[in-house]
Design a protein around this ligand. Structure first.
Ligand code: ZN
Ligand code: ZN
Length: 344
C-alpha cells in the first residue's frame, strides 16, 4: 500500500510502498478515507515532540474509513462498515485503561504516535474493535476530524462545565481546527458568550461568523485588560488555550476570574506561570487536558450525526500532497481542517 512515513525528525514525510498489514485475531483493517492533519504532527515532524519509539513510522492519529478486513473474534463490525477510529490507544489493563481513560495510559500506544502506524496510508491496522465508532450518515472524511479536532475540545469543555453558565464568558485562544470546534461546542454545551483571540484577520472574521460574541487581535497590546473591562472588571469564567505558548498561557491566566478555570489544550511548548497576587486570582484551577475517551468520542459522533454539532470546513488532499499540507498548515493557511484522503 501507499504510505507517508517519517524517517527522521526535521525531514519531509516519505511517500513509499509498504506491505499492507493483515489483521490478526481481534484486529481490524480499515481503508483510510479520511486522516485529519493535526498541528501536533507538525511538532512531531519538526522534532519538538520527540515521542516516537521507532522510525520510520506512519503518522496520522485522526482517522476514519471503511472496514476492509477483520481478524478472528470480531463481532461488532464487518467489511464495508463506515467507522471513525479512536486513536488514544493504551495497554488495556492499567488503572487508566480499565476506568475508560485509555488516552492517559502510562504506556501509550497511540495510533501514529507510538510504535503503531497511523492513518497517512491506504490502510490502518486497528488493534481492537472497542476503538471503532460506527458511522451512519456521516462520511469518513467528515468524521475523521471529530476524533481529535472535536473530541479534544469536547473533553476540555465538559470538564469545565461546572464553572460555565449561560450568562458567563469563556475565552478561546487560537482558532485552528480545534479552536473552531471549541467555539461551536462551548455555544452548544454551555450557552455562554465566547470571546476569541487569534492573530489572523481571517480567523477573527471566521470567529464572528461562527458566533463569537467578541474577538480580539492577539497582536494588539492590552488584550487581557480589554477582556476584563468587557466582563465587568472580573475576567472570564473559563479560558481554553488552543496554542499553548508562554504568551497565550499568560493571557489565559490573566483573563480568568476567581473560581474560574484555565484549560491548556495546545502543545506549543509554553509554560504556565501562576502566582497569586501577581498574575492570577485566587481559586483559579489549571488543567492541561489530553484528547478524550472512547465514550466521549461516541458522544461527539452522536452530536454530529444528529446535526447538533455542525462540521468545520474541510479541505481534502490526496496522500501525495501531504508535504504541501504540512507546509500550508505550518504557515497558517488552512482555514478549517485539512483531511488527507489516502483511499477515497
Ligand atoms: Zn491531534
Ligand atoms: Zn493502560
Amino acid at each position: 500500500m501507499k504510505a507517508a512515513r517519517l524517517h527522521r525528525y526535521g525531514e519531509p514525510l516519505v511517500l513509499e510502498e509498504v506491505p499492507t498489514p493483515r489483521p490478526g485475531p481481534g484486529e481490524i483493517l480499515v481503508r483510510v478515507e479520511g486522516a485529519g492533519f493535526c498541528h501536533s504532527d507538525i511538532h512531531v515532524i519538526d522534532g519538538e515532540l520527540k515521542i516516537l519509539p521507532r522510525m520510520p513510522v506512519i503518522l496520522g492519529h485522526e482517522n476514519a474509513g471503511i472496514v476492509a478486513g477483520t481478524g478472528a473474534g470480531i463481532t461488532g463490525v464487518r467489511d464495508g462498515d463506515a467507522v471513525a477510529v479512536f486513536g488514544g490507544w493504551g495497554c488495556g489493563s492499567c488503572d487508566y485503561c480499565v476506568t475508560g481513560h485509555e488516552q492517559l495510559c502510562e504506556t501509550p500506544q497511540w495510533a501514529g504516535l507510538s510504535k503503531h502506524d497511523g492513518g497517512y496510508a491506504e490502510y490502518l491496522l486497528v488493534p481492537h474493535e472497542r476503538y471503532l465508532v460506527k458511522l451512519s450518515t456521516l462520511k469518513p472524511a467528515e468524521a475523521a476530524p471529530l476524533t481529535d479536532a472535536a473530541l479534544t475540545p469536547y473533553r476540555a469543555i465538559k470538564k469545565a462545565l461546572a464553572v460555565l453558565e449561560p450568562d458567563h464568558h469563556a475565552l478561546v485562544i487560537g482558532l485552528g481546527g480545534l479552536g473552531q470546534y471549541g467555539l461551536k461546542l462551548l455555544k452548544l454545551l454551555s450557552g455562554c458568550s465566547v470571546i476569541v483571540v487569534d492573530v489572523q484577520d481571517q480567523k477573527l472574521r471566521l470567529a464572528r461568523e461562527l458566533g463569537a460574541a467578541h474577538t480580539f487581535d492577539g497582536r494588539d497590546a492590552g488584550v487581557s485588560e480589554r477582556i476584563r473591562e468587557l466582563t465587568g472588571g472580573h475576567g472570564v469564567n473559563a479560558s481554553f488555550d488552543f496554542v499553548g505558548s508562554d504568551d497565550t498561557l499568560a493571557l489565559a491566566i490573566q483573563a480568568t476570574r476567581s473560581l474560574g478555570k484555565v484549560s491548556q489544550i495546545g502543545l506549543a511548548g509554553g509554560a504556565a506561570r501562576m502566582k497569586v497576587l501577581e498574575n492570577t486570582r485566587f481559586e483559579v484551577q489549571f488543567e492541561a487536558t489530553l484528547w478524550g475517551t472512547i465514550k466521549e468520542l461516541r458522544e461527539v459522533i452522536a452530536l454530529a450525526e444528529t446535526g447538533q454539532l455542525t462540521p468545520i470546513s474541510i479541505e481534502r488532499a490526496p496522500l501525495d500532497r501531504i508535504n504541501d499540507v504540512y507546509a500550508r498548515l505550518k504557515r497558517g493557511e488552512v482555514q478549517g481542517r485539512a483531511v488527507i484522503t489516502p483511499a477515497a
